[in-house]
Design a protein around this ligand. Structure first.
Ligand code: FES
Length: 80
């Protein structure tokens, strides 16, 4: 199963992960992937200075902004 770990630590959350979480949830719903992708909030990943941090299918992404996030999700979740 594909997975997304989104850092909900205070630094990442205060930056853009609050908004990123909403975007991910909308994306999964719109693409019909809500049941096939596991999404989980994580505690501080220890890389606050490089945040907001999101890991998708085991690949860590740093400084993820809202625009970039869509490209990451397309790349990681939509490929066959
Ligand atoms: S709060 Fe996200 S890495 Fe520390």
């Amino acid at each position: 199963m594909k997975s997304i770990h989104i850092c909900m630590g205070s630094s990442c959350f205060a930056r853009e992960n609050r908004e990123n979480l909403r975007i991910i949830e909308d994306y999964l719903r719109n693409k019909g992937l809500s049941d096939s992708v596991h999404i989980e909030g994580s505690l501080c990943m220890g890389e606050c200075s490089r945040g907001p941090n999101i890991t998708v299918n085991g690949t860590a992404y740093h400084e993820v902004n809202c625009e970039e996030l869509i490209s990451i999700l397309d790349k990681e979740l939509m490929q066959i």
